[in-house]
Ligand binder design. Structure first.
Ligand SMILES: Cc1ncc(C[n+]2csc(CCOP(=O)(O)OP(=O)(O)O)c2C)c(N)n1
Ligand code: SF4
Ligand code: SF4
Ligand code: SF4
Length: 577
């Protein structure tokens, strides 16, 4: 069976889908007989009887049939005519089927690439939530040969998509002439939702090598052809993928196991965090050695909207409240089977992890089991329309804490899951954002290597609930860190006996100070400045832009949390006389 990834899509040309074969160990007729529980028989007796009649699916045939017949019907809008399906009966969706989903109709714009301005930094590829923009390094002679085989009308444009960068061309050329590669950026029009996050992060770095253009009649076919051309080129040679430059991990095909086609909102901060987490975990562990237990939330809904599955690794969802408990069962069974080295991760939102599944999480962290947790912290129950969680900021307007006369948004202080996790024995903890790429990747690699429980809490921008633009996930995450709303931290119990040796606040600006002072404006960048940029706090500002008393209180609360971390890390500047 073909591996499904954006680069190795099932070859549609020689696609003959055999019907799924169903076997019964005891033979069909007999088998069906024992499937029916006899009146009065205990369920244990029945379970033993069923043991011999388990249906075995011919997986290869099943997946091929699924991809053609079931996905074909959904893509054509003819799913009402599908008969009941043995996979649905078992709550199964084959891996990586999201790659077959087509979103090309949803956005009026798509990014265009200007290779002359590109430095090959890979930030756009890393920050795209939808695996819609990919990069590759190809040797110039290989590229020439491939271009020569393309239709003449497309050739010039295809050739323009390749940059001669210092990073991938001049530096290797200097070391060994003939070893430099061309760097190309390609956009998959079937995955792009037009959020413009890639354009924004490139502009924020000062490169401006991407811009949004209107889709015209020929745009989608041209992008499709170009992406097909890109896909057929050989993978980036390993020597261009240095494990010292973590951001280049997405150059490796083996990292791209979140294949896109998820139904997340355009620009969703959660999706970028998931892609990056997957890339780093797959890079070190490999596809066969990763399992995900996902607590219910946005990440289960957009990642398992039948029949589309963006994950090319094992994934399961039980309930909102029991991801960590479910994972303890999986881990115990895996260890019995001798699979101690496989990586098991729990994924869930702040509602699942700070609130409704908190007891389950705390139990798991205290167990010492080799299970890792990724918390997608949108500070709200995003999936059900934005109710407050204990991770909601003070003053934030949500469905359960609206801003009005009696209450000015949420009145309680925010609960800090990273702080609480650090107080469990021997747990590796990180608080990070997808916009801080090296910090994020380092945390994921460390957590994977840590011999015990680990928790990574990620700030994830949620456009509709935060009231920010589709292109702003990274900008808002950086603002959250700079304003002490969400400080970066790494807590590694192996680093020493004292708390201050274990807790590292590197990556935050002005680590010893209360606030970071913007060198251009000479003004401190506070929680109120952060809040000014988001719709969820809009009603706290009067016509002249003055903040409400509640927002001032929220600012004091965020400063208190920052000072607590400074104290624990032993980095706070002594008070000035
Ligand atoms: C016990 C239980 N209560 C409520 C729900 C309904 N529900 C499903 S997802 C969700 C919110 C999830 O919020 P969060 O964990 O923060 O994840 P997000 O959607 O923000 O990613 C809720 C309330 C449920 N599935 N189970
Ligand atoms: S962010 Fe800009 S400069 Fe960096 S790789 Fe992408 S297009 Fe090139
Ligand atoms: S516009 Fe958004 S979805 Fe499209 S490639 Fe850029 S970041 Fe990805
Ligand atoms: S509601 Fe928020 S978290 Fe959920 S998919 Fe949309 S942007 Fe992402």
């Amino acid at each position: 069976m073909s591996t499904i990834s954006p680069l190795f899509l099932i070859d549609e040309d020689d696609f003959t889908a055999p019907p799924p074969k169903i076997h019964s160990r005891a033979g069909m007729a007999e088998g069906l007989g024992t499937l029916i529980k006899e009146a009065g028989a205990s369920k244990e007796t029945h379970a033993v009887g069923i043991e011999n009649t388990i249906f075995e699916i011919d997986l290869e045939g099943y997946v091929e049939d699924f991809n053609e017949r079931v996905i074909g019907a959904y893509n054509a809008g003819a799913d009402d005519d599908l008969p009941a399906d043995i996979g649905v009966a078992r709550s199964l969706v084959p891996a990586g089927t999201g790659v077959l989903r087509d979103f090309s109709y949803i956005a009026p714009q798509i990014p265009a690439y200007d290779q002359a301005k590109c430095v090959g930094c890979m930030t756009c590829v890393t920050e795209c939530p939808d695996t819609a923009i990919l990069g590759k390094v190809v040797m110039p002679d290989v590229l020439e040969l491939a271009l020569a085989e393309t239709p003449e009308a497309e050739r010039a444009w295809l050739a323009e998509q390749w940059a001669t960068t210092t990073k991938f061309y001049s530096v290797p050329e200097k070391k060994a002439p003939g070893s430099g590669g061309k760097f190309g950026i390609f956009i998959d029009p079937t995955k792009c939702k037009g959020c413009a996050e890639c354009v924004q992060v490139c502009a924020d770095l000062g490169y401006n090598a991407l811009r949004m253009i209107e889709k015209e009649e020929e745009t989608i076919p041209r992008y499709r052809n170009a992406f097909e051309f890109f896909r057929k080129l050989p993978p980036t040679p390993e020597r261009f993928i240095s494990d010292r430059v973590l951001v280049d991990m997405m150059l490796a095909d083996r990292s791209l196991l979140y294949v896109g086609g998820a139904g997340s909102c355009a620009g969703c901060g959660e999706a970028t965090a998931l892609r990056m987490w997957m890339a780093a975990t797959a890079f070190v562990a490999g596809r066969e050695n990763i399992g995900i237990v996902n607590s219910t939330g946005c990440s289960t809904v957009y990642a398992s909207t039948y029949p589309y599955n963006p994950w090319a690794v094992s994934w399961t969802n039980s309930l909102f409240e029991n991801g960590p408990t479910d994972a303890m069962g999986v881990r115990a069974r895996w260890d019995q089977m001798g699979w101690e080295d496989k990586k098991l991760w729990v994924i869930g939102g702040d509602g699942a992890m700070l609130d409704i599944g908190f007891a389950s999480l705390s139990r798991m962290l205290a167990s010492g089991m080799n299970i890792k947790v990724l918390v997608l912290d949108t500070q709200v129950y995003s999936n059900t329309g934005g109710q407050s969680s204990t991770g909601t900021f003070q003053g934030q307007g949500t469905k359960m804490s609206p801003f009005g006369k009696a209450e000015m948004g949420k009145s309680e202080a925010r609960k800090e899951i990273a702080n609480i996790a650090m107080m469990h024995p021997n747990v590796y903890v990180a608080q990070t954002t997808a916009a801080h790429m090296n910090h994020f990747y380092r945390a994921v690699l460390d957590a994977n290597a840590y011999p015990g429980p680990a928790l990574i809490s990620v700030y994830t921008t949620c456009q509709p609930e935060h009231g920010v633009g589709d292109h702003e996930a990274s900008q808002r995450a950086r603002a959250a860190v700079d304003s002490r709303a969400f400080p970066l931290l790494i807590y590694d119990p192996r680093k020493g006996d004292t708390f201050r040796e274990r807790l590292d606040l590197k990556g935050n600006p002005a680590v010893q100070e209360d606030w970071y002072v913007n060198p251009k404006t000479k003004e401190p960048f506070t929680f109120i400045d952060f809040a000014r940029g988001e719709g969820r706090f809009a009603r706290h500002f009067d016509a002249a832009g003055n903040p409400s008393p509640m927002l001032l209180s929220a600012q004091a609360e965020r400063l208190a949390n920052w000072r607590l971390l400074q104290d624990l890390a032993g980095v706070r500047a002594p008070a000035k006389a």
